[in-house]
Design a protein around this ligand. Structure first.
Ligand SMILES: Cc1ncc(COP(=O)(O)O)c(C=O)c1O
Length: 396
């Protein structure tokens, strides 16, 4: 069965009693038992729920494995993985521009109980090899990363990590299983912020953790029930609905991102464009090898002042200024004041996160409209400079 068919058919039969093509939302906390201890496979909705089970079944199929657990957010999924495995003295290798929330949970929750973070450039294989030690429990990868879209070689890193008996976790939020299959590349665990492309409509917060082996999955599944950060049946239904168009949406997101990258690349007011599809991107060759597409995100550094960057970011017609990504409606983010504001300015500079960097999440709009909106903004900067007038921030 091919990808798009899986998103629509796996685990989603018509409802047997009425024939309803779309199964109802099983909005129930508990289940009738035939006799004490004899339930019909469901006893309590923290432990399991039919709507959640449908979502977990299709997510597992899309990532090509048998084991998936859905969570109330991406960070809840990450926390379940960390809690299931990390013990005082363990080390975890994380990318330089790992998602800020992952950095925060490791720094503020796990470091105080004795877990050691090794933050390195995971796109550099030699750096990964040097950071591995007998204490490494996880190599945690994001590929592409946020916001510079750096690429790590998942297959090569998995080989290195396994030689050190470390597990490889891949946050597959940006690529989605449509563009990248981490388990085929050697990963042991995959996590998602389903809030983004999987659900795809910016209307729910949700997460997932998946594993290839039953033995690796079992402790994560245990934490799901034991700590209880499960999604509601309605949220699971929203993600099930969103998933049905995942392939179509990802194709459009990528087309739009490529059109934008091409339009911005070489523009005189753009210092640098980050898009793995550009031949000039440092991870382009690895991305070609390990992804079936380059994803839907684009970041770029504006060649201008902070004032110009803020005015540009605040005045777009179709790109709404906001923190998330991966929805049908285009979003724009200024990492220095938004997603990465909690990182001190000096550390941001060291990570290469300049104050003039903007991250774009093109939606499913028409590519020409999106490109026009961005070029118009750059044109306004150029005109204001010629007229020596400060740019006005448009009121929303
Ligand atoms: C790459 C990545 N991983 C994990 C998360 C956390 O997911 P959530 O916001 O659903 O908790 C995010 C959120 O932005 C993210 O971008």
């Amino acid at each position: 069965m091919k990808f798009a068919t899986k998103t629509i058919h796996v685990g989603q039969p018509s409802e047997p009693e009425t024939g309803a093509l779309v199964a109802p939302i099983f909005q129930t906390s508990t289940y009738e038992q035939d006799a004490p201890g004899h339930d019909k496979g469901f006893s309590y909705s923290r432990t399991n729920n039919p709507t959640r089970q449908r979502l977990e079944t299709v997510l597992a199929a899309l990532e090509g494995v048998e084991h998936a657990a859905a969570f109330a957010s991406g960070l809840a999924a990450e926390n379940a993985v960390l809690q299931a495995y990390l013990r005082p003295g363990d080390e975890i290798i994380i990318p330089l521009d790992v998602y800020g929330g992952t950095y925060r949970i490791l720094n503020k929750v796990y470091q105080p109980i004795g877990v050691v973070n090794r933050q390195i450039d995971t796109s550099d294989l030699a750096a990964v090899e040097a950071a591995l030690s007998p204490k490494t429990r996880f190599v945690w990868l994001e590929s592409p990363t946020n916001p510079r879209l750096l690429i790590s070689d998942i297959a090569a890193i998995s080989e290195l990590a396994h030689a050190h008996r470390a597990l490889v976790v891949v946050d597959n939020t940006f690529a989605t299983p449509f563009f990248q299959q981490p388990f085929e590349l050697g990963a042991d665990i995959v996590v998602h912020s389903a809030t983004k492309y999987l659900a795809g409509h910016s209307d729910t917060v949700q997460g997932a953790a998946l594993a290839k082996d039953a033995a690796v999955f079992e402790p994560i599944k245990f934490v799901q029930n034991a700590t209880g950060a499960v999604p509601s049946p309605f949220d699971c239904w929203l993600t099930l609905r969103g998933l049905k168009t995942l392939e179509l949406r990802m194709q459009r997101h990528e087309q739009n991102a490529a059109a934008i990258a091409n339009a911005l690349h070489g523009h005189r007011l753009v210092r640098r464009v980050y898009f793995p599809g550009l031949a000039s991107h440092p991870g382009h060759q690895v991305a070609r090898r390990q992804m079936s597409g380059f994803g839907g995100m684009v970041s770029f550094e504006l060649d201008g002042s902070i004032g110009e960057v803020i005015a540009f970011a605040s005045s777009r017609r179709y790109f709404t200024l906001g923190e998330s990504l991966g929805g049908v409606k285009a979003l724009l983010c200024h990492p220095a004041t938004m997603t990465h504001a909690s990182i001190p300015a000096e550390a941001r500079a060291q990570l290469g996160l300049s104050d003039t960097l903007l991250r774009l999440s093109p939606g499913c709009e028409n590519a020409e409209d999106l490109v026009e909106d961005l070029l118009e903004g750059l044109g306004q900067i150029a005109s204001a400079r010629t007229a020596r007038k400060p740019l006005e921030v448009a009121a929303r």
